[in-house]
Design a protein around this ligand. Structure first.
Ligand SMILES: Cc1cc2nc3c(=O)[nH]c(=O)nc-3n(C[C@H](O)[C@H](O)[C@H](O)COP(=O)(O)OP(=O)(O)OC[C@H]3O[C@@H](n4cnc5c(N)ncnc54)[C@H](O)[C@@H]3O)c2cc1C
Length: 423
């Protein structure tokens, strides 16, 4: 790929979420060549999975679309989906990188017409919706996916059923025999933007996620509330599809707890307040209860909190629940704990419970494949002034505005690293 002096003026961005997109575009728009790699079949990261943004409560789709338009219009950004970094060697100004490009099994002739999905009889759990609902084994990842191109499930690609689909495609885009490719390149700076994933709620055993169908998580709730999600936007009890009359949000589910995720993710209080509005909009008579240790809605977000507090149907209980049981008669979750303001113990039944789980850095689960990249105690990448620059939630928990700001800052740091290269 890129070679010679130009290579040293090229920036590699790893991760195509909002922070990586911002860093890539900011650098490209002032004249630098950027290669952006993303392991998913689409760009946008976790933001693409949100129903609405706090505090404005608008859809994230338009913000992402503006970034995708900037990419379409900028020949300096080359992006590769389904791609990961195998190794990085070298130092600022001269990194040798090996990329692994995993097969999509659908080439770039695809027009997303959907004929293949119609003909495909095999279904898989929908990964974009955290396994909620099914989709065809050849599919577009979600309705707003960029690039707008189908992808085939890797296990399905090995079957005869996949081979039969080749003839269905009117433009010859389906290739079940597609193989992974290794690509070597040289770049001058690397921006690490691999973001976060939802903390695994099943690890918080007293809360019964996984065994009690009506205990869900905040990210699943985002998908359930979305018109493009598994229920078409209808908030419902997973056990019976009924509309919930009472919904509890449990803050710091696993967070700020040395047994699980020791730090505060900063955004969970605001995310639950936002999700309270989803419930109240859809069900004007529904009661919402927020269980919290202390509320964290800093600076300009305080006004958002005040707005939610003004709703008489939203109750606030200062308490970290001890456990959740299930009422076997109706599968209602029963939340058990002590109100720390009154000292009164409670045992309260709800139709649906949402666990506000935090953000675990992907870099803790899949470390940066390079020597001497420091991480903190939680696995967030520490910026130590070298040519590998961590950004967004790879460096620490952030809201979208913070992730965008850090993307811009990372672009500048990468440009400074390149400026030190002679020639
Ligand atoms: C329930 C919930 C609701 C939220 N709601 C809001 C809200 O309303 N408003 C708001 O401001 N913030 C909200 N947030 C926070 C928001 O999601 C983050 O600020 C945002 O996702 C940060 O973007 P990012 O680019 O740093 O990370 P991510 O969105 O995680 O993007 C990282 C990207 O890197 C990719 N990647 C990971 N590993 C690799 C690898 N090894 N190689 C290549 N690519 C890789 C991932 O697939 C992903 O596309 C919410 C968070 C939660 C938990």
């Amino acid at each position: 790929m890129t070679s010679g002096n130009a290579a040293h003026k090229t920036i590699l961005v790893v991760g195509g979420g909002i922070s990586g997109l911002t860093a890539a575009l900011e650098a490209a728009e002032v004249g630098y060549e950027v290669i952006l790699v993303e392991k998913n079949p689409y760009l946008g990261g976790r933001v693409a999975q949100h129903h609405k943004y706090f505090p404005k409560l608008c859809s994230p789709t338009c913000g992402l679309e503006i970034n995708f338009q900037r990419i379409r219009n900028n020949p300096r950004v080359t992006f590769h989906t389904l791609t990961e970094v195998e190794k990085v060697e070298g130092s600022a100004g001269n990194y040798q990188v090996r990329l692994r490009r995993n097969p999509r099994y659908v080439n770039d002739k695809c027009t997303a017409c959907g004929d293949c999905a119609k003909a495909c009889e095999v279904e898989i759990a929908n990964p974009f919706n955290f396994g909620l609902g099914k989709l065809k084994a050849i599919h577009n990842s979600h309705d707003m996916a960029f690039p707008n191109r189908f992808v085939m499930d890797a296990e399905f690609a090995k079957t005869d059923a996949a081979k039969k689909l080749v003839a269905v495609c009117p433009v010859g885009a389906i290739e079940p025999d597609m193989q992974p490719q290794m690509v070597d390149l040289t770049v001058g700076a690397v921006i690490w933007a691999t973001g976060w994933q939802p903390y695994d709620a099943a690890k918080i055993r007293p809360y019964g996620f996984g065994s009690n169908a009506n205990v869900t998580t905040n990210m699943r709730f985002e998908r359930m509330s979305s018109a493009y999600g598994p229920t078409g936007g209808k908030i419902q009890r997973p056990s019976d599809g009924q509309a919930p009359a009472s919904v509890a949000f449990i803050q710091c589910a696993g967070s700020r707890d040395h047994n699980y995720l020791p730090f505060c993710s900063r955004i969970c209080c605001l995310a639950s307040m936002k999700q309270a509005t989803y419930v109240r909009e859809q069900y004007p008579d529904a009661q919402v209860t927020l269980f919290y240790i202390d509320l964290r809605a800093m600076d300009r977000y305080e006004a958002f909190q005040k707005k939610i507090e003004a709703d008489p149907k939203v109750e606030w209980v200062k308490s970290k629940p001890a456990r959740i049981e299930e009422n076997p008669a109706n599968k209602n979750p029963i939340v058990i704990g002590e109100d720390t303001l009154t000292g009164v113990r409670y045992r309260r039944e709800f139709d649906l419970v949402v666990l506000a789980t935090g953000m675990e850095p992907n870099a803790a689960l899949q470390p940066v494949p390079a020597a001497n990249v420091p991480t903190d105690d939680y696995g967030f990448v520490v910026n130590d002034g070298g040519g590998i620059i961590a950004v967004g939630c790879a460096a620490g928990p952030l809201d979208v505005a913070g992730a965008v700001q850090s993307g811009t800052a990372a672009a500048l740091k990468a440009i400074q690293a390149l400026a030190q290269v002679k020639g």
